[in-house]
Write a new protein. Sequence first.
Lengths: 231, 384
Amino acid sequence: MNASFAVELRGVLKEYVRAEYSVRALDNISLDIKAGEFFCLMGPSGSGKSTLLHLVAGIDKPTDGRVSVLGQDLSELTDRELARWRSENIGYVFQTFNLIPVLTALENVELPLLLTGLRRKDRLQRARTALEIVGLADRLDHRPQQLSGGQEQRVAIARALVTDPSIILADEPTGELDAAAADDVLSILKILNQRHGKTIIMVTHDPRARSYARKSSYLDKGLLGPMPGEA
Amino acid sequence: MGRHLLLVLKNLRRNKRRTFLTVVSTSLSVCLVGMLVAVYGALYARDVSEESAQRLVTRHKVSLGQVMPMYYRSRIAAIDGVRNVVPMNWFGGTYIDSRPENMFARFAVDQEEIFNIYSELKVPADQLEAFQRDRQAIAIGSSVAERTGLKLGQRITLVGDIYQFAPELTVRAIFEGPDDFQSFFHQKYLEEGLRDQPGGGSHAGVFALRLRSADDASRVAMEVDEMFRNAPEPTKTETEAAFQLSFITQLGNVKLFLLAIAAAIVFTMLMVSANTVAMSVRERIREIGVLKTLGFDSASVLGLILAEALLISIVGGILGTLLVPGVGALAVQVMGPFIPTLVLPTWGIAVCILTALAVGLCSSAVPATVASRTNIVDALRHAG
Ligand SMILES: Nc1ncnc2c1ncn2[C@@H]1O[C@H](COP(=O)(O)OP(=O)(O)OP(=O)(O)O)[C@@H](O)[C@H]1O
Ligand SMILES: [Mg+2]
């Protein structure tokens, strides 16, 4: 195991077995992503991109193969340990933001900190700082429905980074946003990568989004390869 | 868990109307349960006063409808420890009509002894004398006076139903006391009125005994019943409290009845509550997926949902319990003083709160467990 790799997948297979059908979402994937990388994963719909992120985040388990993240073989952890590990090491950004509607921006960002030993004062301080980083210091008390899509996604990014995780996973973070808002979000991710040294793994359909990344891979029908049209 | 309280409270505000309605329905159900507990307490766990503890009631062994000959009185009075004995006959009858305020209890009694036996009934000395002197006097409780508007000196006629006799009476005394929705008139006057009728003569429906000491109660009761065991009219003697209870339980299995109603209420409450929790959990499956992605483990999610349901039950339980005294007073007012005062005994408060908590826990245990175990990916894919 090489510590300079943030993510190591070895022979990862994921099959969804249902009564009526079974789908091979990932087929024998091996992949290394270096720490500090801004990695972009592209591919057509249904090719298994989200599935791959789920495995890296430890919210799903591979049918076969080994997933190790930050030097930790995830299969060795119980669900409870995995939850704790995730809260400390992974920030997750969803395509559809997934903010808690009854909480304000500040409270949404504070949420992951409830799992730490921090006092309320420190939690709020850190949540404020995270919101400042994404440029929303003036929207602390807004509810999600009082924010634009771009702002919501920035709150979601603040929530993902507030615990200072090493890895931020983003599943089509700009999928619901217009070009300007998408640029904001991507710039923030880039800053997090370059200035804060976060490893970023981003799934996207958006070719422009890819230009923010340093490295990219292409997933098709569960198989990993180089970008089509590139060597 | 304390730090998650904010989240719990915010969740309850998510659908304020639903939270409000659940709290209201919980508190109403708890209030109903509290009322049943109060009724139970009034029937079975009543505080017995010192006077009452010193009293025994002797009745015909077979039923309250059968009478005992008057000579029993002196035989009972001769038993060691008995201070007074007074025959009492339930007259029944009608005063004006059957509106509740006119339905006070009416007994034909020994006018000389009755207030010695029931010493907690207080009557002014001059009124007592007037009551004892006038053969056609009636003494009424202050509740009767209050509710019927009867005054001293007023003449009334009772129309008999058990007896073919319509006593014409004058209110000579108004007494105060814990149990004062009742009235007494002279046994002698009743006997005279029935002189030429079948069923006439000198007898007693019950004998009320006042003992020197409550400690003698079981011994005296046994001696009385033993004395008349082989007589044509055998007796059954019990404490006043037991007698009152047996009077009520003639109506049927009251305990079972109360329990059945309580069970029905609790069951309904459980259904309503379970439905609410299930609904609020179903709406939030996706959020639960998000929480778990953020690192909340199953136990935390379980705790959050249980805490929500329990908070609603506690609030509903407390409100419902607080409602009981008011509703109890109202019930007494509406139904008349035939039902005893309805107060929630201290243990009843615990019953109410625990019922609410148990319902909260039972109704949320299943949805909370299911929700907390939901696969994260499935939860995230959940629409809504
Ligand atoms: N929970 C599931 N149960 C059954 N099949 C699933 C499940 N999740 C994913 N799949 C299947 O696995 C395959 C890969 O799904 P995945 O969501 O990873 O694709 P994706 O590349 O993220 O697609 P998109 O770009 O549309 O988000 C699909 O064929 C999908 O139908
Ligand atoms: Mg996807």
